[in-house]
Design a protein around this ligand. Structure first.
Ligand code: 4GN
Length: 254
């Protein structure tokens, strides 16, 4: 899979290119990640990439020309299919794991990172295939959002995740939140690790983890449970969790 990031700050992509899951995927040649700087496609002596908004108001907008010139410079763009231009903004379609899976079927994704107050609408209308949002909040630029999109899609590519890393992915796939995790020490400030996890009884441990996942999803994201059909065993585990929960008054910080 190929990623091309169009950004005024290509250095922001360096750390991701070198480290972690994405860094390893690049070294193993499972993905590529190249940056294009629209400033390299300016013709004026100030190399300007922004201008004032028509109609007035504060701030600046990214101009069309350096962006379209950046797109044109990308070699081998598969115009028909399997090459998509993505613009990250709060106006976009909310990203979720289903959209991530769809996008991971593409051969080549081009991610546009906006700066200032955004880009000229005509660039979006003419050149952007999908506008995507990570959620209802504002970032100072599209780079961090683009990096998040690259990371989550790279994880879907065959061979990118090792066996232990794909476990968390698999667990999200069944529509439930994760269960709590514990490591040493066994006691921390009088708080013990749940006894079942020390029991060595793998069947009981799996049962406890599924019960936690059902209960935590019910508490924190009931909307996820609405879209999920529970087996009889799962219904039973959730009822057990609710019963236990009634007796323990949980204190949430917010
Ligand atoms: C995306 C981009 C938030 C998101 C962004 C999001 C940069 N903020 N929720 N900021 O996914 C003005 C220029 C806003 C582009 C955009």
């Amino acid at each position: 899979m190929r990623f091309t990031a169009i950004t005024l700050f290509p250095e922001m992509f360096d750390a991701t290119k070198q480290y972690g899951v994405v860094g390893r995927a690049i070294k193993d040649k499972r993905i590529t990640l190249d940056c294009i700087n629209p400033r390299d496609f300016t013709k004026d002596k100030h190399r300007s990439v922004d201008d004032r908004p028509y109609g007035g108001g504060p701030g600046m907008l990214m101009t069309i020309e350096p962006l379209t010139a950046s797109l044109k410079s990308i070699v081998d763009v598969n115009i028909d299919e399997r090459s998509k231009v993505i613009y990250l903004s709060p106006q976009g379609r909310k990203l979720d794991q289903n959209l991530v899976k769809e996008l991971s079927q593409q051969q080549h994704l081009i991610l546009i990172s906006g700066r200032y107050e955004g880009v000229d609408q005509r660039f979006i209308d003419e050149s952007v295939d999908i506008e995507i949002s990570l959620g209802d909040f504002v970032l100072s630029g599209g780079e961090i959002a683009s990096l998040a999109v690259i990371d989550t899609i790279a994880r879907q590519i065959d061979g990118v995740l090792g066996h232990s890393e794909s476990v968390i992915e698999d667990s999200f796939e069944d529509g439930l939140l994760d269960h709590p995790h514990y490591t040493r020490p066994e006691v921390y400030k009088n708080k013990k690790v749940p006894a079942v996890l020390l029991s060595g009884n793998h069947k009981e441990i799996e049962r406890w983890r599924l019960k936690q996942r059902l209960g935590i999803t019910w508490q924190k994201r009931p909307d996820l449970l609405m879209n999920k059909k529970l087996t009889n065993e799962e219904k039973l585990l959730l009822e057990e969790y609710k019963k236990e929960f009634k007796n323990i008054k949980k204190s949430f910080r917010i």
